[in-house]
Design a protein around this ligand. Structure first.
Ligand code: PGA
Length: 254
């Protein structure tokens, strides 16, 4: 289905794939998806595979993303990786504020906004994640949670920054659980996110910004999700770890 916004489908490999396995996967994707022009394709390997994957996708239609980065530009921050270090490997995108980072590593909206600003300062495009938990959804707080995550984690970003930012709506209860949001739930959350972006920035930015859906996206549900008017792509975890399933998600989305 044709939309004004180009679809963007990204694979979040999480803490999976050795370098050899990463090269295997990306080699297969490069081959299978070589003719795809309608969708921006992104793979987000772990830090340790970025260098080799970067070389393996040279001159292809696959772009590189990282899964996290430091809010600092350098210095005594043991275990951290800066935006400039990612740029060395021609990384273009960086996932920020994934629910696993929020949940297991205590990342706050304030920290995520500092990371987003640091990413933009290095011309990296954030894929900024938001999403409610099951308890929040059941308590009728979905929109309030999404709004406060958006206001907090996009704080300080300019309209120019927003032109280079991708949002990802990932209901926490749908991540890795096999439970997907219904197309109605996804569409309604995406429309709400766009509405909040309009009120924070303006209508033009809201129309332009791409909002991915994430949470148990698979070949069998990709087409229906992507056909929703406000769904502009997918952030895929589990199903991005195999050539076949990621390729089928992309092909079913076109
Ligand atoms: P999933 O993960 O596709 O395995 O549910 C999505 C994500 O966490 O980005």
């Amino acid at each position: 289905m044709q939309k004004d916004r180009k679809l963007i489908i990204a694979g979040n490999w999480k803490m999976n794939k050795t370098v050899a396995e990463a090269l295997d996967l990306v080699g297969g994707l490069r081959r299978e998806l070589a003719s795809v022009k309608e969708v921006d394709l992104v793979v987000c390997p772990p830090f340790t595979a970025l260098g080799e994957v970067s070389k393996a996708i040279l001159d292809s239609n696959v772009r590189l993303g990282a899964q996290n980065m430091s809010e600092h530009s350098g210095g005594a921050y043991t275990g951290e990786v800066s935006a400039m270090m990612l740029k060395e490997f021609s990384v273009r995108y960086v996932i920020l504020g994934h629910s696993e980072r929020r949940q297991y590593y205590g990342e706050s909206n304030a920290l995520i906004s500092r990371k987003a600003l640091a990413a933009h300062a290095a011309t990296l495009k954030p894929i900024l994640c938001i999403g409610e938990t099951l308890a929040e959804r059941e308590a009728g707080q979905t929109e309030a949670v999404l709004e406060s995550q958006l206001r907090g984690s996009l704080a300080g970003l300019s309209k120019e920054h927003m032109e280079e930012t991708v949002l990802a709506y990932e209901p926490v209860w749908a991540i890795g659980t096999g439970k997907t949001a219904t197309t109605e739930q996804a569409q309604s959350a995406h429309a709400f996110v766009r509405h909040v972006v309009a009120s924070m920035f303006d209508e033009t930015i809201a129309k332009y910004v791409r909002i991915q859906y994430g949470g148990s996206v698979k070949p069998s549900n990709a087409r229906e999700l992507m056909s929703q008017p406000d769904v502009d792509g997918a952030l895929v975890g589990g199903a991005s770890l195999e050539v076949r399933s990621f390729t089928d998600i992309v092909k079913n989305s076109i």
